[in-house]
Design a protein around this ligand. Sequence first.
Ligand SMILES: Cc1ncc(COP(=O)(O)O)c(C=O)c1O
Length: 420
Amino acid sequence: MSTNSARALPLASEPAPASSPAPAADDFLPYGRQSLNEADIAAVLEVLRGDLLTQGPAVPRFEAALADYVGAKHAVAVNSGTAALHLACLAAGLGPGFSAVTQPITFAASANCIDYAGARADLADVDADTLSLSPDALSAYLDATPDCRAVIPVAYAGLSALDADFRAAAQGRTIIEDGCHALGGTRPDGSKVGSGGAAAMTCFSFHPVKPITAGEGGAVTTDDDEFARRLRLLRNHGMERDPEHFIGAERGPWIYEQHALGFNYRMTDIAAALGASQLTRLDDFTERRRDIASWYDRMLAGLDGVSPVQADPAMRARSAHHLYAVRVDFAGARRSRADVMAAMRAEGVGTQVHYIPLYRHPWRRPAFPRAEARFPNAEDYYAQALTLPCFPGMSEDDAARAVGALARALGRPIPGQSPG
Ligand SMILES: Cc1ncc(COP(=O)(O)O)c(C=O)c1O
């Protein structure tokens, strides 16, 4: 039996549009939602009935399964995607005097992690097709920025764009892929997102709207032994427990040494058990998301002024389809985005905008003067962006309902129905 206990779940950082009252929760189609079954629940209960809620065997078990799934030598589990990004920045040696660059179309955490490490967070524009960091913009940025030590491309909506052009453009800088949308997807070279080839480290999130959930959680995958050692050290207060790495001479079963300023970013066994159970379902989830994307693609082909992003069939085949995002010609339809979102919400269909470009946030704006002119692709996309519901529990009827609500909100005929 499939159990979907939680209902419309907003991203913690993204308040639902407030202009109209939410319809009854049972009818509401959120833009994302977890899928939990009895096996997931049993896995959590097993931990709750045991002795160790944290620092037990479930975390290394989850790490081994994740590393195996993505094809990486190491997976280091932490308690959020944000923590994963923070530790990856530190492991890459970011700190004062260095910069790192990410893209403006992303969630705040992709850049905040650079600031947490004490480095300067920079931005370069997205590619208009992939909506990931543009190789051309990256090259131009790096030519002018010798202190840049790491690049953080985002696999936007589930599509990794780490191809040979991108790697050449990165000019040897450490590549930390923000794969928080993309577990289950594949890279242009055919490897899984998270494998050790194209990126030095890949970061994942297990928030409930993500490809799999652990409640909250995250992980870094890497092939590099030294990065993995550093990540493990930093997630647990910087404490070294392996006598082989001790600096001092004192020995004993109680001895550990603090080697760095670390954090408590440990994942609990409760979360790890849920994550491991969900991981066994990931390929089914991804296949379902792919079906949903193809239903939408077909239905939206008949709706003027609306076009799916990343529509190239090769991109479609590789994406984890975390989000189903479209470009909408709001101006052509003479409707504002706020009105369209409110009208759809009144019909019980949740939408979102992924994302407000990072330089538009008041906190970042002072660092990016004249940003609108510097990031034309991000600006162009932001003006049109809308995310429609996409999660494994959705049916084809749900997708049709979302498309119908969008068509009505835009004042356009519903695709597949004659106007009369
Ligand atoms: C692209 C991206 N990066 C990082 C994060 C942060 O992940 P978490 O919420 O697990 O900290 C998110 C979460 O929304 C995200 O979408």
